[in-house]
Design a protein around this ligand. Structure first.
Ligand code: ATR
Length: 277
């Protein structure tokens, strides 16, 4: 019998019931025969820091944080990774033996590794990348593309002012174009990435003409319900390479699991099926 104390981690958010992280981490714990637990915790915003401090005292290895704590997590951290600073938000906290908080953002890693797990030779260095949206997910994708050496990134967003703010944040390394020019810009893009909520639950769709999706492009959608959004279906019909959002969700969780539980977990078909239930 294993008499060692179980390893503990959690996800903190508000709301939290929709989070698929507990299912994913507990699946990996079981698969790897690790004595551990990963718990969802709904936290009132005013209690965030106190809850973190008490989890550290109780011996938790770390936590994921989601909306609305991605910025607060940076503020209470003793140290932040460069990519978390660059994105301006954290999603993964690791508690060190000295009881310090190390904040990281694994969304950029998840975005890149998900694509590379499907298309090993993919690189955004050549050609231009079009990102739809200018929220938190867009910031992670921009940081990811820049870190992979991309030097042509175009952001379009319904509210252009938000995209202009990102341009300042990323020191003019991105270009901002109008939402009205979506078709024209898409037609000359090598990568097209949807980071907006358009297409979620099939309740809305991206107003793009299928003909403007280049066959040679890699098309990625961060929405994963449904797994194949209308946008990805259009791209598949055009014979473009496609990447779904569930893979990014899985890949962004890998570094946290490794830090807290000591093993590198893998993305499997079985896990994808469990997460889509
Ligand atoms: P996340 O953290 O997932 O990026 P977010 O910060 O709330 O979420 O950003 C949501 C993105 O989806 C924004 O780019 C938003 O556009 P606006 O900045 O104009 O709000 C985009 N979005 C949401 N609903 C949209 C819609 N109906 N049409 C176009 N864009 C939409």
């Amino acid at each position: 019998m294993d008499n060692r104390r179980p390893l503990l981690a959690a996800v903190l958010g508000n709301p939290i019931s929709h989070s698929r992280s507990p299912r994913m981490h507990n699946y990996w714990l079981k698969k790897n025969k690790i004595n551990g637990y990963y718990l969802p915790i709904k936290v009132a915003p005013e209690d965030f820091e106190r809850v973190i401090r008490s989890l550290i005292k109780k011996g938790f290895s770390g936590v994921n944080v989601t909306i609305p704590f991605k910025l607060s997590a940076m503020k209470i951290a003793d140290e932040c990774s460069d990519i978390a600073k660059y994105i301006g938000a954290a999603n993964t906290l690791t508690f060190t033996e000295e009881k310090k908080i190390y904040a990281d953002n694994t969304d950029a890693y998840g975005f890149i590794n998900n694509i590379k797990s499907k298309y090993a030779d993919w690189s955004p260095k050549k050609g231009s990348s079009l990102i739809l949206g200018a929220g938190g997910a867009s910031r992670a994708v921009i940081a990811a593309l820049l870190s992979e050496g991309s030097n042509k990134i175009i952001v379009i967003n319904r509210t252009i002012e938000k995209a202009e703010k990102l341009k300042i944040q990323f020191e003019n390394k991105i270009k901002v174009e109008s939402w009205n020019d979506l078709n024209e810009i898409a037609a000359s893009s090598s990568n097209i990435i949807n980071t907006t909520s358009l297409g979620m639950n099939d309740e809305s769709f991206i107003p793009i003409n299928p003909e403007s999706i280049p066959k040679e492009a890699l098309v990625s959608d961060l929405v994963y319900v449904p797994l194949e959004t209308k946008f990805l279906k259009m791209a598949r019909n055009r014979k473009s390479r496609t990447v779904d959002g569930l893979g990014m969700l899985i890949h962004q969780a890998i570094p946290g699991f490794k830090n807290w539980f000591g093993k590198t977990p893998v993305s499997t078909k079985e896990l994808r099926a469990i997460l889509m239930k």
